[in-house]
Design a protein around this ligand. Structure first.
Ligand SMILES: Cc1ncc(COP(=O)(O)O)c(C=O)c1O
Length: 392
């Protein structure tokens, strides 16, 4: 039977590739998983109670765009965090940001841009859903290196004007996965000016926004509001997975211009999977609480300090400004991941699995990604063993 051609060049997903690389070798010590970005700090204490109080709502089809309590809580959070006023009509509840990052492209990428095939921009390396979204809508994915030379964020301003004129959507992740780079207000301002000039939308993946080293990363919505930008320029994606250690709740949201959100809602009403209402109540309570977020962030900040101490003598080491990944330079990421597994039992992800080769260069190849999700009392030992294996 026939299958679509457009996904034929898609590489195997990172985790099956990792299993193929490692699993026929025995671990060289107690297994420590530092591969997947699955937070393991404590969940907020009220989850079970709120869920129990709302179990009767499993008997109902859930509200597509989000129950009013959830939209209220998100709107209040956006006001507290970024000083922006976002009404319900500009928010859509998501089943986690991954589906939203994908479905928003379906809802908003035009068939043609300036008479040609549209382009979707993604940083390289990047969170893999961006590429699949581009392929699904028939756009040409264009990857911009996000390396030391560009401050680990994509420099879209360096792209040729002919390419920029075809751009429909530009994905940006801040704090970025995998490098932990934070876009400052100047970065957002320059990107917004570029988007205005070449008439494209910015999809700001800000799901690590609450995990940071020193000061809260500025948000795309906040900078857009300060500039008086067209509200349709930016869609900002947030999640409870990382902020609140609830990756299994599958709860996030997208906020942006009213027309964009209306189109996203319409498509999801036909084909989407709304978040069950009892879970929407849990999400509403969770956006309203910062105590658990502060506690979790304090643990990540201890982890940053620990990583800085352990890797201070490693040439090219740069601790993350946000998020919970270390992006460590090595001669070859696959070789390093295999050596580490065979000699210590620590599992990390080769950076190349998160990037695309362009002009013979894969910007992730000389890196491994280390998820600092391991509990605080185990992480020091794991990082020291990692350093001693790869850098001694
Ligand atoms: C950069 C980035 N964006 C989005 C997501 C998706 O998060 P969720 O769907 O759990 O909200 C992740 C999860 O790992 C991520 O790393």
């Amino acid at each position: 039977m026939q299958v679509p051609e457009r996904f034929s060049n898609l590489p195997e997903y990172a985790f099956p590739r990792l299993r193929a690389l490692l699993d026929h070798h025995a671990p060289g010590g107690p297994v420590v998983a530092m591969t997947i970005g699955e937070p393991r700090h404590e969940m907020p204490p009220f989850v079970a109670e709120v869920l129990q109080a709302n179990t009767h709502l499993f008997a109902k089809y859930p509200v597509n765009e989000g129950i009013p309590e959830l939209l209220d809580a998100i709107s209040a959070w956006l006001a507290r965090r970024y000083g922006v006023s976002v009404p319900h009509a500009q928010i859509m509840a998501l089943n986690g940001t991954r589906e939203g990052l994908f479905n928003a492209a379906l809802a908003l990428c035009p068939e043609r841009k300036n008479g040609a095939r549209p382009v979707i921009l993604a940083p390289n390396p990047f969170y893999q859903v961006y590429a699949v979204a581009a392929l699904a809508v028939g756009a040409e994915p264009v990857y911009a290196p996000a390396t030391a030379a560009t401050g680990y964020l994509p420099d879209y301003t360096a792209l040729a004007p002919e390419v920029l004129d075809r751009v429909a959507i530009a994905y940006v992740c801040s704090p970025s996965n995998p490098q932990g780079a934070v876009a400052d207000a100047a970065y957002w301002r320059s990107l917004l000016a570029l988007a205005e000039k070449h008439d494209f939308r910015i999809f700001a993946d800000e799901c690590y926004s609450e995990i940071y080293r020193a000061s809260p990363p500025p948000g795309a919505l906040e900078v857009a509001a300060q500039m008086g930008a067209d509200p349709e320029r930016v869609l900002s994606f947030h999640s409870l997975s990382k902020r609140s250690n609830l990756p299994g709740l599958r709860s996030g949201f997208v906020a942006g211009g009213p027309d964009s959100i209306r189109r996203i809602r319409q498509l999801r009403a036909y084909a989407g999977a709304p978040l069950p209402e009892p879970l929407q109540h849990v999400a509403a309570t969770t956006w309203g609480d910062e105590k658990h977020v502060d506690r979790s962030r304090a643990l990540y900040q201890q982890k940053y300090a620990l990583a800085d101490r352990v890797f201070s003598h490693v040439p090219g080491y740069k601790g993350p400004d946000g998020g919970f990944f270390l992006w460590l330079p090595v001669p070859d990421g696959e070789e390093a991941a295999l050596k580490l597994w065979q000699q210590t039992g620590i599992r990390v992800l080769p950076g190349a699995y998160l990037a695309r080769e362009q002009d013979g260069f894969n910007p992730g190849k000389g890196f491994i990604r280390v998820a600092m999700v391991t509990p605080i009392d185990e992480i020091q030992d794991a990082l020291i063993r990692l350093r001693d294996c790869l850098y001694r």
